[in-house]
Design a protein around this ligand. Structure first.
Ligand SMILES: [Zn+2]
Length: 93
């Protein structure tokens, strides 16, 4: 899965959070989760992002100049991943 969340403005990428973060590799300077997704794995990071993305986006909006509208893009699979998690085992006998 590519980035869980990407925030852009008219000048391009403002921040994102993705695999390097939730798989616990390196924190990038543009990671917008402030480390809250760091190393917690895709499932927990997807849930964390679904809960917190509005707050993260608001923080960036507060930082941005008024003439630089930010656009938040959440990975389309996150809601499905959070609402319909695949079972870790099957009930088939
Ligand atoms: Zn992150």
């Amino acid at each position: 899965m590519p980035d869980l969340i990407t925030i852009t403005d008219s000048k391009g990428l403002v921040g994102s959070c993705g695999r390097n973060c939730y798989e616990g590799k390196e924190l990038t300077a543009i990671c917008i989760c402030l480390g809250s997704n760091h190393g917690i794995g895709l499932k927990a990071a997807a849930l964390n992002t679904a809960i917190n993305y509005q707050r993260w986006a608001d923080r960036i909006r507060d930082r941005s100049h008024a003439d630089r509208a930010v656009r938040v893009r959440i990975h389309p699979d996150i809601l499905d991943f959070v609402l319909n998690p695949k079972p870790s085992h099957t009930d088939e006998a």
